[in-house]
Each structure stands twice: as C-alpha cells, then as structure tokens.
Write a protein that binds this ligand. Structure first.
Ligand code: 6GU
Length: 236
C-alpha cells in the first residue's frame, strides 16, 4: 500500500521508521511519503494559515498550499497507475474510525492523509479534493485533538497491521476477527505464582475445551461490564 501524509509536522512521523510498520516499509509492503505543507507555499514566511472569514477565534488553513500539495500527490498517483486514491481528512466531524473501517481501508492501493491544524482547513479544499478522487472525513472519537497527526498515526497503525504480511503470525489476526465484537480475555505467562497472585488454574489444566470456554466467559463478562453496547441486546 502507498501512504501519503500532508502535514506541517513531518518530523512527527519519524516513529513510522521503527517497530512493525518500520519493518513493513523496509520489506516494501508499505511505501510512505511524508509531505511538508510549507513546501507548497510561495511566500517568504511559508504561511499556511489565515484568519477566518466571518470572524471567530483561531486560524484556518489556507486553501492554496493544500491545493498544490494534493495536485502533486494525485498527479504522482496517476503516474503510478492509481486513478482513485482515497483521501482521508482526520476530523472530529467525520465518521468514527472502527476496526471494520480499518479492515476496509487495508485493501486500498493508496491512502492520502491530510492533517489539519488550527481550527480546520478551508472547506473548499475538501470540495476540490472530491472533484478529483474519493474523500472521507474520519474521527477517532468524541474528544478534541490539536490536529490530525496523532489521529493519522493511530489509523496507519490499525490499517497497516491488517495488510497481508505485515503481522508475522497471521493466526493472531484470525483469532482477533473470530472474537470480533468482544473485548479480549486476560492473558498470563510464567511464573504461575507472582507476588502471591496465582494464574487461574484452568489455564494450567491442559483441557483445551475448558480453556476456550473460560476465555469466552471472560470476554463476555468484561464486555458486559465495560462495553455493554458492543453486545447484542439479548446478551447484555
Ligand atoms: Cl481525527 N482530529 C482531531 N483534530 N481531533 C479529533 C479527531 C481527529 N478525532 C477525535 N478528535
């Protein structure tokens, strides 16, 4: 998958050099391009924002640098043979990001993340982008971040690990999807007793049926207690 990021904080994304996603890049499963929005300004001060029409607090990101950045990326997509990359604008006003959305997005050929800061991006950037390709506004949830960078990072991690070959042991993804909708069961490793605390004996029993039943019970109990809305009404 090709991933492009437009941001005023390109150095923020250096963490994508390490860990699982760093390896995925080295092996060519993920091809990442990080673009500094200020490189698409033409004034001496590399200005990316201005005051809002109609008044109000804060600054709005100017349309022109965004237009130039997106044009460059979309023209390069065409040359790569990608005719309709998905542009994602992280925004608290977007559809809420879920595992199901991550699953869908993991089969895209190319995703372009447009990270807004300040009070947002001039709305005409979204309108223009929609004339050129597919566009989605996506929110991480009901709270406010200062900009789209952290949200983009979270989405890239969730999407990236679903790309075939990125996670070393695909069985871990299969297990996840089988238990989809429920919270994880608790995990334990050696020693069997730590600071007076025992591992639940069933896990030492060697009885695989009993272990599977216990784990499912734990998942149901946790989900009921913490996230009942995830359960079908008859299981709450
Ligand atoms: Cl995607 N962006 C910003 N700025 N704030 C958020 C968010 C996204 N999701 C939740 N809060």
């Amino acid at each position: 998958m090709r991933i492009d990021i437009v941001t005023i904080f390109p150095e923020f994304f250096s963490v994508l050099d390490v860990s699982l996603l760093g390896k995925a890049r080295q092996s060519g499963l993920i091809d990442l391009g990080v673009h500094d929005l200020r490189d698409f300004t033409i004034d001496r001060h590399r200005t990316v924002d201005d005051t809002p029409y109609g008044g109000g607090a804060g600054m709005v990101m100017r349309a022109e640098p965004w237009g130039q950045a997106l044009d460059g990326i979309l023209d390069a997509s065409l040359e790569r043979g990608v005719f309709d990359p998905l542009i994602v604008f992280p925004s608290p006003a977007g559809d809420v990001f879920t595992q199901a959305m991550a699953q869908q997005l993991s089969s895209e050929k190319q995703i372009v993340f447009g990270c807004g800061r300040y009070e947002g991006i001039d709305q005409r950037v979204v309108e223009y982008a929609e004339t050129r390709t597919r566009v989605k506004l996506v929110s991480l949830g009901d709270y406010v971040l200062n900009g789209g960078e952290v949200a983009t990072m979270a989405m890239i991690e969730a999407i990236g690990r679903l790309i075939p070959g990125v996670v070393g042991n695909p069985a871990s993804l299969v297990e996840e999807s089988h238990s989809s909708g429920l919270l994880e069961y608790p995990a334990y490793t050696k020693p069997g007793n730590w600071r007076g605390l025992d591992v639940p004996p069933v896990l030492l029993s060697g009885n695989h049926g009993a272990i599977a039943r216990w784990r499912l019970e734990q998942q149901l109990e946790r989900t009921r207690r913490v996230r009942p809305e995830l359960l079908p009404p008859e299981l709450r």
